[in-house]
Design a protein around this ligand. Structure first.
Ligand code: PLP
Length: 420
């Protein structure tokens, strides 16, 4: 075996470097295939991104068509390209925010850091330089850059890097009252923005309490605080609509997206910026926002996003997620009686997680990893989340049988773990 030179993200390399690598060679629909041709259900859509499923030739053809003409050129100054223009118009149209403008990046972390810089620059331009604090929620994951790590709500992610970003504060993930209290104690005049995932994804698949999204939107509006919805996971059909914000009647000032925007066929992120924030930059009163990326408005990536959105629309994938949302509690019910299962979390769209029983986790701390490994043996790929929950967020093209395949694999996993 040749030594792999690939350093894996989110991975303790000391645990994998002596193992034979697990190579995925092909994907088709909701399934992936390894080098030996074994088939696996993709129960996590990669890292929550592959909404339209794998192996879509029409997306590859759209990339080929665009990239053989012109893969990319900068979009600084007055330079532009057709796919970036079309995509910006389409995202602005879908956004619940009136008169939105779209700023492109290369992924979710880029987009969150861009949003932090944009809102601070916005308040500075309005003559309010002290309005700098970025509020976020405990348990939230917003990315791996210095800024997005710094506002993240998973303590372990922030450890060991020194001070990442100043002027931040976190609020309880499930309490609009705590947001209000924190704003009052800091002083609203110091708070620039509140960043929130409509459903906390990597932090444990945590669905907001009923009315939470509307309540925090109202609090932000009342205090003039910029509301940033991190829809990197919940966007593009995952939550049963193009955006969770749209579904729940919330109008954020900025929607951050990535992942499902291209279903992972190309790295791409975007900020959909409402008129309130964009206007001072467009009318010249704020001066320029000197920020951007080499690949902002990448033509090939934009063509891929347009082809992906065509599929989501044509195949009514958001509606499929919505319809599965109502069926998931039943489909996953065989898990609820298992003694090692605390809760099967379902709620919005095609996002779910199996929370293991704290007693079982105490007795067997490696239980989630062992279940995930056993599921792979049984032909289902997924991962465990921060609190040990087993993630279920497959491509949006699935039906009942794939949900059952997942449930059976979790049961097999739980039943093959030797009691300690
Ligand atoms: N925001 C959320 C909610 C995410 O789940 C992620 C990634 O998992 C990010 C931001 C960061 O996105 P990326 O990994 O594309 O930089």
């Amino acid at each position: 075996m040749t030594t792999s030179r690939l350093w894996h993200g989110f991975t303790d390399m000391s645990t994998v470097r002596h193992r034979a690598p697990f190579t995925i060679t092909r994907g088709q629909g909701a399934y992936l295939f390894d080098a030996e041709g074994r088939r696996y259900l993709d129960a996590s859509a990669g890292l929550w991104f592959c909404n339209v499923g794998h192996g879509r030739a029409e997306i590859a053809e759209a990339a080929q068509r665009q990239m053989s003409r012109m893969a990319a050129y900068s979009t600084f100054g007055d330079y532009t390209n057709e796919p970036a223009e079309q995509l910006a118009a389409r995202l602005a149209e879908l956004s619940p925010t009136d008169g939105a403008s779209v700023f492109f990046t290369s992924g979710g972390s880029d987009s969150i850091d861009s949003a932090i810089k944009l809102v601070r620059r916005f308040w500075l331009a309005l003559g309010l330089p002290d309005r700098r604090v970025i509020l976020s929620r405990e348990n939230a994951y917003h990315g791996g850059h210095i800024g997005s790590t710094g506002i993240g709500g998973i303590a372990l992610d922030r450890e060991g890097f020194g001070e990442l970003i100043t002027d931040t504060a976190r609020v309880a993930w499930d309490s609009a009252e705590d947001l209000e209290k924190t704003i009052t104690s800091l002083g609203a005049e110091r708070v620039a923005a509140f960043v929130m995932e409509p459903v906390i994804a990597a932090g444990g698949c945590l669905f907001p309490p009923q009315g939470y999204l509307q309540a925090v939107a109202e609090i932000c509006r009342r205090h003039g605080i910029v509301l940033i919805a991190d829809e990197v996971v919940t966007g593009f059909g995952r939550s049963g609509d193009w955006f969770a914000s749209r579904r729940f009647g919330v109008v954020p000032d900025i929607i951050v997206c990535a992942k499902g925007l291209t279903s992972g066929y190309m790295p791409l992120g975007a900020l959909i910026v409402g008129d309130r924030i964009a206007q001072p930059f467009y009318d010249g009163t704020a001066g320029p926002f000197f920020h951007g990326y080499t690949y902002s408005g990448h033509a090939g990536a934009a063509a891929v996003a347009l082809a992906t959105m065509d599929i989501i629309e044509r195949e009514a994938l958001a509606q499929n997620a919505l319809s599965l949302e109502t069926r998931l509690p039943d489909l996953m019910s065989p898990l609820t009686d298992h003694p090692m299962v605390q809760e099967v979390r379902t709620g919005q769209g095609l996002m779910a997680a199996v929370e293991l029983n704290p007693q079982a986790l105490r007795v067997t701390p490696g239980l989630p990893m062992a279940v995930v490994a056993s599921m792979r043996e049984a032909g289902v790929l997924t991962r465990s989340l921060v609190g040990g929950q087993i993630q279920f967020s497959p491509p949006l093209i699935i039906g009942n049988s794939q949900a059952t395949e997942f449930v059976d694999a979790v049961l097999t996993g739980l039943n093959t773990i030797p009691p300690q």
